[in-house]
Design a protein around this ligand. Structure first.
Ligand SMILES: CCCCCc1ccc(-c2ccc(S(=O)(=O)CCO)cc2)cc1[C@H]1C[C@H]1c1ccccn1
Length: 240
């Protein structure tokens, strides 16, 4: 895949997104406000507008027991599971499988009244990251989704308004080895998840509608997605 024309962009974007995801909400600049909390899940947003459009960056942190960073990233990245957990998805096309860890998608999302329907065209890349603290724990895993232009899917030609998104899912597996020195089971693992997303709605949508949609959809999405991964992995061998 390193020969693909998108490769330099992918390398650059993954590096920048991962370093930002690693920053705590306190560190990466003021302005993060907690807007949703549910158990271990905390969701923050910054109120930002670009050309009068609400593009509020979102940062969610969550700790989920019994699953690994690989399992979370694998179910987020792989197209075959997406209709099971992405409730706002109307249609998904795998435009090109660039390599086993890099896929080009075109997605149409369900219309959210009163705004017009949206679609997205983006590359998605999944990667294991060496743990820079060199701790003995398992490595980090990430999936980065980044909008890109595709000639075969020109923006704003059909019924859909094109959204522009940058998404980073960064996962760290935490292992608490059993005292008796026995094998590690799902009771001994958890996954620290950081989900960062910036979605530019692409065309006009009322700020109040967008903020209400984000406030409703993001917590729902992260809860549903993590519950889905737990259900798909609970009786299976652990994959780190
Ligand atoms: C008037 C609304 C305009 C924006 C509509 C829209 C489009 C795409 C997206 C979106 C596209 C991709 C991703 S992902 O994380 O890469 C996963 C793969 O699907 C995530 C979110 C979001 C929203 C906004 C609904 C809001 C919303 C928020 C979380 C989930 C679904 N919808």
């Amino acid at each position: 895949a390193s020969s693909h024309p998108l490769w330099p962009d992918i390398e650059r974007k993954v590096a920048s997104q991962v370093s930002m995801a690693k920053l705590g909400v306190g560190e990466c600049g003021a302005g993060w406000q907690l807007f949703a909390e549910d158990g271990e899940m905390k969701m923050y947003r910054r109120e930002e507008e670009v050309d009068g459009l609400v593009v509020d960056p979102l940062k969610a942190v969550h700790v989920v027991k019994g699953i690994t960073g690989f399992e979370v990233c694998h179910h987020f990245f792989s197209p075959q599971y997406r209709y099971d957990w992405e409730t706002t998805l109307e249609h998904m096309v795998v435009v090109e499988t660039i390599s086993e860890d890099t896929i080009l998608f075109q997605q149409t999302h369900k219309r959210i009244w009163p705004a017009s329907q949206r679609d997205a065209v983006f590359w998605s890349h999944m990667r294991r990251l060496p743990d820079d603290q060199d701790r003995e724990g398992p490595d980090l895993w990430t999936v980065v989704n980044q909008s890109t232009e595709l000639p075969q899917y020109p923006a704003n030609t059909g019924k859909c308004v094109r959204v522009y998104l940058t998404v980073c899912l960064l996962c760290q597996t935490l292992v608490n080895p059993p005292k008796n020195g026995g094998p590690v089971t799902r009771d001994d693992i958890s996954c620290k998840i950081t989900y960062c997303s910036v979605v530019n709605p692409g065309g006009w949508a009322p700020a109040s509608v967008l903020r209400a949609v984000y406030k409703r959809e993001y917590p729902k999405f992260l809860k549903r997605f993590t519950a889905y991964v737990m259900s798909k992995t609970k009786d299976k061998p652990i994959r780190f």
